[in-house]
Design a protein around this ligand. Sequence first.
Ligand SMILES: Cc1ncc(COP(=O)(O)O)c(C=O)c1O
Length: 360
Amino acid sequence: MNLRIPGPTAVPPEVLQAGAAEMINHRGPEFAAMIKRTTEGVKTVYQTQNDVATLTASGTGAMEAAVVNLMAPGEPVLVITIGEFGDRFVKLVDAYGGRLTEQSYQPGQAADLNRIEDALKANPDIKLVFITHNETSTGVTNPILPELGKLVHRYEGTLVVDAISSLSSVPVKTDEWDLDVVLSGSQKGWMTAPGLAFVSVNQRAWEKIGKNPQPRFYFDLKRHTDSAATGQTPWTPAVSVWYQLDKAIEMMLAEGLENIFARHARAGQMVREGVRALGLELLADEGVESNTVTAIKVPEGVDGGKWLNVARDEFDTVFAGGQGSLRGKIVRFGHLGYMTDADLQDGLQALKASLDRVRQ
Ligand SMILES: Cc1ncc(COP(=O)(O)O)c(C=O)c1O
């Protein structure tokens, strides 16, 4: 089966095999050696010297960790949302009693640095900002990250970036761009099963966390990084997924970050060109299309749900549909992590063949 969804992504056979190893004591020397290796590897991929916690959780767990560690109850915050995953920050901030200023954009649009500055100017008490780097629900990558950290810092704020579906596939220069807290998840470009999530924390963010009275326990980031320094996790980790991550990082470092980024850039271009050649339109505005997922508008008169089902049942290819208000309106084609050009060409053929079939 050709799994062309934007996560969970295909896992290489070597990684699958690594995950089948027998259990070990997670408080023993083998796990200590592994957590040391993976933490160093994750930091290399994050392009950071900051602390990085590896949590046994899905990506949403990393988002919740960011909220409970950084946001005080009643604290005013700015959430910039360009789709469903930005909206998830809105819901999390709401659940934990933050005072929300929401800046949202139309599906397919990227966030605008000037509008964000206007919001910070208009709300000088906001010291915490959340943004999604790559909005998996619309196939848009926000291009403003290199400047956004500096902007938020000029207003004495701390920036949290959800890079769950971008980091490890496209460049995220955590230190060079001075990003305070950055999130990612194992089931995306990391070529690993779902179950682990990453949170990087710089000095500015640690200081904010240190002053935050919000209660926290499972996702207390300080507990996680303190434990990791002793070769452990505070709670029982997903050992099998960790074995996979260890192997996947070895493969990623052997490939080299620049080669991985180039492969994803090529994949994005190949899929976009293939989709346009079929006469289909993209949801993303020109110039901000994601290199990990392409959102394709369902043409007039076509049943989007049927298109997905026919692709799966008759052409052995699984695409993702739209979420929320985009349900039935888009088809999403994932191109991240472990993939070959042939997988993508097969995906494009299946897209065409299933569309032809639905239109008959
Ligand atoms: C950008 C983004 N943020 C957050 C999430 C949520 O992650 P999870 O489904 O692993 O909880 C996802 C997963 O699809 C995502 O793509």
